[in-house]
Design a protein around this ligand. Structure first.
Ligand code: ATP
Ligand code: MG
Length: 601
């Protein structure tokens, strides 16, 4: 599990990150602007209605025992409340639409970026951590956009507006109300410092849990076969516990902070009642002093309003912290460019199908050479088979031809053109590939053969299926070609999956066919089917076959034996057998039974 990419930054905000995030919001500035207008109107209405009107109602009407006009004023108050509701509703809606749209764009950017990455990128990262980037990290950003940006402005506006009104009503009471502010400031400071640390841990554990779950759910079969349930349960318990504890640490901070602010608010109200009350009482008769009842009530009302944004700050801070961490990681992925460099696009002729490896050296990791100075060429229409012990580097050759990775030294040519000169898409779409492990996607069977390419017709799909003789099987299924493929084709047999992948390779009618034969053995009947399908598949194409089955090897033009990354032997089956070298040994080891059979024949 790689910890480094799940690290959380130390700072709670980062201008550089914010600027970059704003780039996603900018296209939707119209929404923000409208939201701001609504917000300003709402704040104004709110302050006017629930602070100023209070004062007026009490001082002008209640204290003076004036009944007429009170009804009208109450109705005005009600209308204002409804209008406020309306503006707040629109503001909320606009902000969330903006946020959703921005995150939609970011999510797509991220996905597109991932699609471009070389496989070496994915080798280094647990799937779970990438899933976290695309799901909960983006969600955290959404939460920041929808809760923080506009609403923080809202809070500031309210605080400033209230301060203004309060100072206008009574500078003396304002001073008293704000006496508690330093205490709140200190509490917030301590709170923020503590929450940041625990929060960092929470994110780390979430990502680790995701990685762990992803691995274990995907590998459940193996987990059960090897009775690893209990051990994995313990491991998960450990992670889960760490996560819970980190969460609890932040909850404790919240539990302390929120009531503190609440308490300070009440304390301020008490102080106001006390000092304000004394002031009113000091006057010879009601209403004669500088302090009125209405002022005092409006003040208490204002103070309560004043503290609620401060209390919310804790939440906002938490959201901001989450979002900064999330954006750091999301951008971290976006900034990692491990894509295969694309050539300047040049017109691509239809392929002839000539493959050449020129002194190719390749290592997945620094200097651990998997291929050492490999050279060979395959003429159009020729069939070449690679054999070799497991781990010899056979599949690696295919990985390089498809440019899943780039060679470190030497070069690969197709039709005399370095494969780096082909646009990636062109290169890959012109070669048929049957991988060692067949991957089926969710969707239907036709979709899995045509892979959703619009230029491949339903008829072409059916013809391909017929050619590899999987058509009977497909037609026997309840929905034929439109039968859903469950979880990576778990309901198909290995042989059926193999044939489906043949059909998939055949349907694009490639000039070059690369076959990485699966090692798993199938029954003789299926083997026969697969063999026949392969024969049909190979007609008229340049074929590079990584062979595990004897029958495949017999029909090729040349066999290359890969040993420790070098081509150790080459020749026809008969020649190599005569040499009594590596191939002979492999042959005896792997195909002993057939060998014996043949010898007997
Ligand atoms: P098999 O017959 O078992 O399929 P192979 O000849 O196809 O074996 P390769 O898959 O080409 O073997 O692997 C060659 C070597 O490269 C192996 O030692 C393997 O450990 C290493 N290797 C393969 N893929 C990677 C990877 N993604 N990252 C690092 N090393 C890898
Ligand atoms: Mg392999």
């Amino acid at each position: 599990m790689s910890a480094n990419q799940d690290q959380v930054p130390q700072k709670s905000y980062d201008l550089r990150l914010l600027k970059r995030l704003l780039r996603y919001v900018l296209p939707y500035r119209g929404y923000i602007l409208k939201a701001f207008v609504c917000l300003i109107v709402f704040t104004f209405i709110d302050l006017f209605a629930s602070v100023y009107l209070y004062k007026v109602v009490i001082d002008e009407f209640i204290v003076n025992k004036k009944a007429e006009g009170l009804t009208v004023l109450s109705i005005i108050y009600l209308i204002l409340l409804v209008a406020g509701f309306f503006f707040q509703y629109i503001e909320f809606y606009l902000v969330n639409v903006m946020s959703q749209k921005a995150m939609f764009d970011l999510r797509l950017d991220l996905f597109r970026h991932l699609e471009r990455m070389s496989l070496s990128f994915f080798n280094k990262r647990p799937v779970g951590s990438l899933l976290t980037r695309l799901s909960s990290d983006i969600e955290a950003l959404d939460s920041m956009f929808s809760n923080c940006i506009v609403f923080t402005f809202n809070d500031i506006l309210i605080i400033l507006g209230l301060l203004g009104i309060m100072l206008w009503m009574s500078p003396f009471l304002t001073l008293i109300a704000l006496v508690v502010l330093p205490v709140i400031g200190l509490t917030s400071f301590i709170f923020q410092r503590n929450v940041r640390a625990s929060y960092r841990d929470v994110r780390k554990y979430i990502s680790q849990m995701n990685s762990f779950l992803q691995e274990n759910i995907s590998g459940m079969e193996t987990v059960q076969v090897f009775n690893r349930e209990e051990q994995n349960y313990q491991q998960f318990t450990k992670l889960s516990k760490a996560h819970t504890q980190a969460n609890l640490r932040s909850v404790i901070n919240f539990a302390f902070f929120v009531p503190t602010v609440e308490f300070m608010g009440s304390l301020a109200a008490a102080l106001l009642l006390w000092f304000g009350g004394l002031r009113i009482l000091a006057a010879p008769e009601v209403g004669a002093s500088a302090m009125t009842f209405g002022t005092l009530v409006a003040f208490i009302q204002a103070t309560q309003k004043f503290f609620s944004p401060i209390r919310d700050l804790a939440d906002k801070f938490n959201i901001l912290q989450t979002a900064m961490a999330a954006s750091e990681r999301v951008f971290g992925v976006l900034d990692t460019d491990e894509s295969i460099p694309e050539a300047e696009t040049q017109p691509v002729q239809p392929l002839q199908g000539r493959i050449e490896f020129h002194n190719v050296w390749f290592a997945y990791k620094e200097e651990e050479w998997i291929l050492r100075d490999v050279s060979f060429s395959i003429e159009p229409g020729q069939r070449i088979a690679f054999v070799g012990a497991t781990g010899a580097g056979k599949s690696t050759i295919i990985n390089l031809l498809f440019r899943f990775y780039d060679v470190q030294r030497g070069a690969i040519f197709i039709d005399g053109v370095n494969i780096k000169q082909y646009p990636l898409k062109e290169l890959r779409s012109r070669m048929g590939l049957v991988l060692q492990d067949v991957y089926l996607f969710s969707g239907d069977i036709a979709g899995n053969i045509g892979l959703g390419r619009p230029d491949i017709s339903e008829t072409a799909i059916q013809q391909a299926a017929q050619a590899v003789q999987i058509d009977h099987f497909i037609e026997s299924l309840p929905n034929g070609y439109h039968t859903e493929v469950k979880e990576r084709g778990a309901t198909f047999s290995v042989g059926q999956r193999q044939l489906l992948s043949f059909a998939r390779a055949l349907v694009i009618d490639p000039k070059i066919l690369l076959l990485d034969e699966a090692t798993s053995s199938v029954d003789t009947e299926t083997e026969h089917l697969v063999q026949e399908a392969m024969d049909r598949l190979m007609v008229g194409r340049t074929c590079l076959i990584i062979a595990h089955r004897l029958s495949t090897i017999r029909k090729v033009d040349e066999i290359l034996v890969l040993h420790k990354g070098c081509i150790a032997e080459r020749g026809s089956h008969e020649e190599l057998i005569k040499q009594r070298g590596l191939y002979h040994k492999l042959y005896q080891l792997q195909y002993k039974d057939q060998y014996v059979e043949e010898a007997v024949r």
